[in-house]
Design a protein around this ligand. Structure first.
Ligand SMILES: Cc1ncc(COP(=O)(O)O)c(C=O)c1O
Length: 416
């Protein structure tokens, strides 16, 4: 059990806030699909003295002395990442990006010129801000064409995407999403990219754990560049990894450092090495399978209670509820559930025109699966959501039941 004893002595105010937040995590149900709980070994690796060192550059080519062990650790992270996704030496791997957004920006910086055209998924359809949204650098430094999903069924429509690509001829097509509950057909995206001579970037930040466990098709046979964050289904530290075809490696490395970043966060790189080590275990594969089972059960139960799901269900770790038929918006739903200790975020649904009052609620199962919850708990959670959002029961009453269930499960990292 992590006790933060020294922190309490040095800074009791901060220690108190961390204690309280840890307690909040224990007593609530985290259904945010991009969040997870790391193991205590991960907290040890990322809280280690590795954070003391500067090592700008890459293994064997550093701008500082004293990097003997950092070279070994960075290479270990790269080689373990290669093994997890079964990649041969034709793939180059960069484990230094600070997080997913800077990793995407580094990819654009490395492979494109400013004002080149990129084509990514619309935010309202489930794409990420860093895929060309106008509030992000990606939408300001580059010309952007956005594709959406079929408004009738919520699925990607590859015929439409191809038409759009042929019309606009982007230099890079980005596939991958932050709120898309279905399988992404990377082969189809690659065929489209090839037809228009575009690079294909697959952003698998959300689904990397599923891909590693081979329960979601892999983008590696089809994409030129694959990017993933390491803190979502991969259950590692907050960071990101870029995989690219060998011939693009130098451009990507130069874009990450010195193009965009300074010294790498060595403690995070050690955490990434550990995450990929753990991802080779049988436990990890079973964990990923349970994430899917839990999402399937949660989706089915919500549907049975009358909720309308975008695409009618899920193939992956997340679910998007369209709240229009029950007469509340995503913001109201998020707040009501939070009062009960159920943490799920508001989200746009494909037909939304504005992101300010989105009509959807996004739910995911990676974090609760890490706490050991299974189908039985998913059914109870669906029932509570139904009681609060449809039957309009008092969230404060449900909160007691939520807490009673939540504290029965360990908080990984803290209770192990
Ligand atoms: C698909 C996708 N790409 C990139 C990112 C950005 O990652 P970060 O928040 O680490 O910058 C996210 C984050 O949610 C994401 O879902």
């Amino acid at each position: 059990m992590f006790k933060f004893l020294k922190l309490k002595k040095d800074d009791s105010k901060l220690a108190d806030l961390i204690f309280k937040e840890t307690d909040r995590q224990r007593r609530t149900l985290d259904l945010i699909p991009s969040e997870n709980f790391v193991f205590s070994s991960m907290l040890e690796a990322i809280g280690s003295p590795l954070m003391n060192k500067y090592s700008e550059g890459y293994p064997g080519k550093r701008y500082y002395p004293g990097n003997f062990y950092y070279d070994k650790i960075e290479k270990l992270a790269q080689e373990r990442a290669r093994k997890v996704f079964n990649l041969n030496k034709n793939w180059h791997i960069n484990v230094q990006p600070y997080s997913g957004t800077p990793a995407n920006i580094a990819i654009y910086l490395g492979l494109l010129n400013f004002n080149d055209k990129i084509m990514g998924m619309k935010l309202s359809a489930g794409g990420h801000l860093s895929h060309g949204h106008n509030v992000s650098f990606s939408g300001r430094g580059y010309k952007v064409v956005h594709y959406g999903v079929d408004l009738k069924n919520g699925f990607l429509n590859y015929t439409e995407i191809e038409k759009l690509a042929k019309k606009h001829k982007p230099k890079m097509i980005i596939c991958g999403a932050t709120a898309y509950p279905r399988i992404i057909d990377f082969q189809k995206f690659s065929q489209i990219a090839k037809k228009v001579g575009a690079y294909l970037l697959a952003d698998i930040s959300h689904i990397a754990g599923l891909v590693a466990a081979k329960i979601h098709p892999s983008p590696f046979p089809f994409a030129d560049v694959v990017m993933t964050t390491t803190h979502k289904t991969l259950r590692g530290p907050r960071g990101a990894v870029i995989f690219c075809k060998k011939e693009l490696g130098e451009k990507i490395d130069k874009a990450v450092f010195p193009g965009l970043q300074g010294g790498p966060h060595n403690n995070t790189i050690a955490g990434i090495a550990l995450a990929f080590h753990l991802a080779k275990s049988k436990n990890f594969i079973n964990y990923q399978k349970q994430i899917l089972k839990n999402a399937g059960t949660l989706a089915k139960s919500l549907k049975n209670f009358g909720f309308d799901l975008v695409t009618g269900g899920t193939d992956n770790h997340l679910i998007l509820i369209d709240l229009k038929n029950i007469g509340i918006n995503g913001f109201e739903a998020e707040k009501l559930l939070e009062r009960a200790g159920i943490i799920a975020n508001r989200n746009t649904i494909p037909s939304d025109v504005s992101a300010f009052r989105p009509s959807g609620l996004r739910l995911g199962t990676p974090a609760l699966t890490s706490r050991g919850m299974k189908e039985k708990e998913m059914k109870r959670i669906a029932f509570w959501i139904y009681q609060i959002l449809i039957l309009k029961k008092s969230p404060e009453k449900i909160k007691k039941e939520v807490e009673k269930m939540a504290i029965k499960f360990i908080l990984p990292g803290i209770d192990e």
